[in-house]
Design a protein around this ligand. Sequence first.
Ligand SMILES: Cc1cc2nc3c(=O)[nH]c(=O)nc-3n(C[C@H](O)[C@H](O)[C@H](O)COP(=O)(O)O)c2cc1C
Length: 365
Amino acid sequence: MASLPIPLSTLPPAVAPGQPLTALAPMQDVTDLAFMRVMAHFGAPDYFFTEFFRVHSQSRLEKHILRSIDENTTGRPIFAQLIGEDLGHLQRTVEDLLHHNVAGIDLNLGCPAPKIYRKNVGGGLLREPARVAEILSMLRAAVPGLFTVKLRIGFEDTGHFDRLLDLMNEHRVDLLSVHGRTVKEMYRSEVHYDFIARAVARVRCPVLANGNVTSAVRAGEILRETRAAGVMIGRHAIRNPWIFRQCREHFAGRPLMRITLGDVRNYVERLYQATLSPDFPERAHVNKMKKYLNFVGQSVDSTGAFLHDMRRAQSEAELFAICDRHLLAEPQREFSPEPYPGIIARPNCETPAEADGCSLETISG
Ligand SMILES: Cc1cc2nc3c(=O)[nH]c(=O)nc-3n(C[C@H](O)[C@H](O)[C@H](O)COP(=O)(O)O)c2cc1C
């Protein structure tokens, strides 16, 4: 029988040892193998997290998520995220995952989609610290290596936050990512960095600050404000895949790489090629690209003209003609390090009744 990979006992070092950590946030339908490879090309984060593996009585490890672990050529460690609440099935899933080369196991305590939280998993669990305690206790015993948690600051309010933080200490969580919003605040409210600072002060493990880390400069400010060990970045890494490299430059006190619209045109090409699949029709692939480009478009122009045109593309040829028009007319023009004010990634319906996860269909920035 093949031997199991040796579990890690300490957090893997950063790409630039001694600097604050960076992580790509787990994003359903986004952070797959292809996307992680594209990120690694432009400047890998220190850590990757998979999108969540659903855990329930019928669940098996989803093949496309497993690929991001088994075929990880990024050179960076990847944590496998789970969402679920049944102790037996969580344990079974951990045992299965330990046959794969994971840096650790991460528990999702934050997904805000109603179909998810109504099953009392993800963000839904934040209403019941006693249940969270049982799950953490079981997972801590089942995971021989690194056990990490991704947490929002509460469900409707922050009444249980300190208790939840104490549970992270009691159950010896190795790394805690805190998205500084409640479940009910979804994705677009202000981020409560003061609560992230509170987590940093209360838990013994390193904390990653998450939520609206829009740029390397903002990452530096948020780290100063929260005293977190690092940042976890989601949507703004889709918009700007150079962001992790720029964070390293900023943390080292070096000038930031200036990104041009010509660079962005190359990113679009690479993303298109990386996410191509023979059994995916052209139209569907173009639609998938539009979901990424919704974020990219926030930094192309201040009027939203690129987004307006891009959303109308029907074919690969149309999509790239639009990209050429907007990105190559002045290829040396700067791609804005921050999103332009008021330019929103759409669709923007945050709580469609049918949404059963955190997909790009339902979330915008
Ligand atoms: C499209 C999308 C999918 C997401 N899927 C997950 C997920 O599978 N697991 C998870 O813990 N968080 C998920 N999230 C939340 C992000 O990890 C992150 O906490 C959130 O987007 C805030 O960070 P940001 O402002 O850097 O994007 C998702 C977010 C987005 C936008």
